[in-house]
Ligand binder design. Structure first.
Ligand SMILES: O=P(O)(O)OC[C@H]1O[C@@H](O)[C@H](O)[C@@H](O)[C@@H]1O
Length: 284
């Protein structure tokens, strides 16, 4: 992965722990092509990306949209732990209110930094900046994590993206890098390391697989849709995770697949002042 260094500006506020809210704050992005995207400041979660009248994202039918738990749908953050691990599954970023730093019709930049709440479970000062831009042909996302502490830290992370599908039996997830890639099958207890056969993955049972080193462009092909969806990770994200709770009607398993841009197999280590950037573009 690529890391960098940058000087850090002094004036910062801390992020308060989020109370349960009835109405969560949303930001709607629009562009001249007539596309739109909805972003919740709670968890910095993108919950829709509507291109040509079709939403490529899915929010689970059992998702809570009141701040009582992280939003299960759209593009939730897993940070600073992909999980499982020492802290809550998927870390704390998805259950905190992010601050709006910059906002335009077609773009927003959100920020999360340490608070009493985060320091209690992860004793480091940090800044996470998340830029979401509605471009003419894609939704571009960029997460930059900076170590603002005086000691090093490490983290794992992911964009736990829920993509809308017509049915699990209609889809294939394709990338040349899948062929021969080793992956961790987390449906096994304990997880088992396996090797992928070909460049195409189909789903016929519960899936929770971490493909180390599969990055770049991954295509989600749906036989009922005109075009494949390209999930592109050009910078940072080192791995691809595929998750589907096959058979779980309550979660609406047959209407989504999670294809996640992740940094899960190897933690990122950042010294004081260093930063890491992960970029993920969604191209319908
Ligand atoms: O249900 P959540 O908390 O939104 O997370 C989604 C899922 O994410 C997966 O990565 C986990 O393996 C599941 O256990 C979890 O249910």
């Amino acid at each position: 992965f690529a890391i960098g260094m940058r000087a850090y500006a002094a004036a910062r506020t801390t992020t308060p722990a989020t109370p349960i809210m009835a109405d969560l704050n949303t930001i709607t992005l629009t562009n001249s092509a007539g596309d739109s995207s909805c972003v919740y400041t709670f968890g910095a979660c993108v919950t829709s990306y509507i291109k040509g009248g079709t939403d490529v994202l899915m929010v689970r039918p059992d998702a809570k949209m009141d701040g009582s738990k992280p939003i299960s749908g759209g593009i939730p953050h897993c940070f600073p732990q992909f999980g499982p691990g020492a802290m809550q599954q998927h870390g704390f970023a998805r259950n905190l209110e992010w601050e709006v730093m910059e906002q335009a019709d077609d773009a927003v930049v959100l920020r999360l930094c340490e608070s009493e709440y985060t320091l209690a479970m992860w004793p480091y000062k940090f800044e996470a900046k998340y830029a979401v831009t509605l471009k003419e042909d894609r939704l571009a996302t960029e997460l930059t994590v900076t170590n603002t502490d005086s000691k090093p830290f490490d983290f794992t992370a992911a964009l736990h993206s829920y993509w809308s599908i017509s049915a699990v039996s209609n889809i294939a997830i394709k990338a040349p890098a899948f062929a021969g890639a080793s992956f961790m099958d987390k449906t096994a207890v304990p997880p088992v390391k396996k090797k992928a056969e070909g460049s195409e993955i189909t789903i016929s049972g519960p899936v929770d697989s971490v493909y180390a080193g599969v990055t770049g462009d991954v295509q989600l092909v749906d036989s009922a849709r005109a075009r494949p969806l390209t999930i592109s990770s050009p910078v940072g994200w080192s791995d691809t995770v595929i998750w589907n709770p096959y058979g779980d009607e309550n979660m609406g398993y047959n209407s989504f697949v999670c294809v996640e841009s992740a940094q899960a197999s190897t933690p990122v280590v950042l010294g004081p002042g260093e930063y890491w950037t992960g970029a993920m573009d969604v191209i319908p």
